[in-house]
Ligand binder design. Structure first.
Ligand code: DGL
Length: 289
């Protein structure tokens, strides 16, 4: 199976695109709703929670896990890839959303090699919006400096946007106030960005309200299509993993909180009926926590 992990239900915005692009595979989606949001948590805690989720997905038979969550990708992925997998799970892979998103922001092809591939179109300034922890990690900055050092990156945290989405406040005067509070410093500057990435699984739900504020000439990128098309490309380049994926049309959903609450939100987001199961994640004493 392909495992897809998010701190909450927002990751279904990524899963929806994966299901459209790669419907042939079996999927297991896990939301750690009981401990979400992750966005204001420390790197240590996010590292531990993410590893517990990834290990649960491995135990269920996932060969490849996609961290749909930006905060988990920013804070936990590197340690999992560099320390945990080589020591304990060398036959599995965990991929995140930061690298493919940076490639798209910079106009680079999938799997671009630092220093070897030039951006195909000239963008000079781009921006990413994310949770406090994602922005504090500077993961987007680190990746962009590696892949396209000539491009300036504006990074803006939007601490209140996830709570707005969780509360179902997707528009209206109150929401617009908080959207503008984060967007104004990005838009009102001598060199505004040409592209703006919604670097959090919840933000696509605010897209109509964001589009209303952001000038037309600025392209807004959501991650669903970026991640699914670049993941498809990754599978083409990694046949040894692709051939191990099962193809039975399975779609399983698991949450660490109330499955009915999750299913109700998930159905609205995915536009299909779904049943979720409740799971408890095993606590891990980890050297990389
Ligand atoms: N899933 C998180 C992300 O993409 C947002 C929600 C949270 O803060 O946990 O960054």
């Amino acid at each position: 199976m392909i495992g897809v992990f998010d701190s909450g239900f927002g990751g279904l915005t990524i899963l929806g695109s994966l299901l459209q692009t790669l419907p042939q595979y079996d999927y297991l989606f896990l939301a750690d709703s009981a401990r979400a949001p992750y966005g204001a948590r420390s790197a240590d805690v996010i590292g531990r929670f993410t590893l517990e989720a990834v290990e649960w997905l491995f135990d269920q038979g996932c060969v490849v896990v996609v961290l749909a969550c930006n905060t988990a990708s920013a804070r936990a992925l590197r340690n999992i890839q560099q320390l945990h997998l080589p020591a304990h799970r060398s036959d599995r892979r965990v991929l995140g959303v930061v690298r493919p998103s940076v490639e798209a922001l910079a106009g680079l092809p999938p799997g671009a090699i630092p220093g070897e591939t030039q951006p195909s179109d000239a963008v000079d300034v781009v921006a990413v919006l994310g949770t406090e922890s994602t922005i504090a990690s500077d993961s987007y900055g680190i990746e962009l400096r590696k892949l396209a050092p000539g491009i300036e990156l504006i990074q803006q945290s939007c601490p209140l946007w996830v709570p707005l989405v969780e509360a179902g406040e997707l528009g209206g005067v109150g929401t617009e106030y908080f959207l503008r509070q984060a967007l104004d410093p990005v838009l009102f500057r001598p060199h505004p960005p040409r592209r703006l990435l919604l670097g959090c699984t919840h933000y696509p739900l605010l897209l109509p309200a964001i589009r209303h504020i952001v000038p037309k000439e600025i392209e807004i990128l959501s991650q669903g299509e970026i991640v699914s098309s670049r993941f498809a490309n990754w599978l083409e380049r990694h046949r040894d993993f692709e051939t191990r994926l099962s193809r039975g049309g399975a779609r399983r959903f698991a949450t660490t909180d109330d499955p009915e609450w999750f299913a109700a939100r998930g159905e609205r987001l995915l536009g299909q009926r779904l049943r979720a199961e409740h799971v408890r994640l095993r606590e891990l004493e980890t050297e990389i926590g």
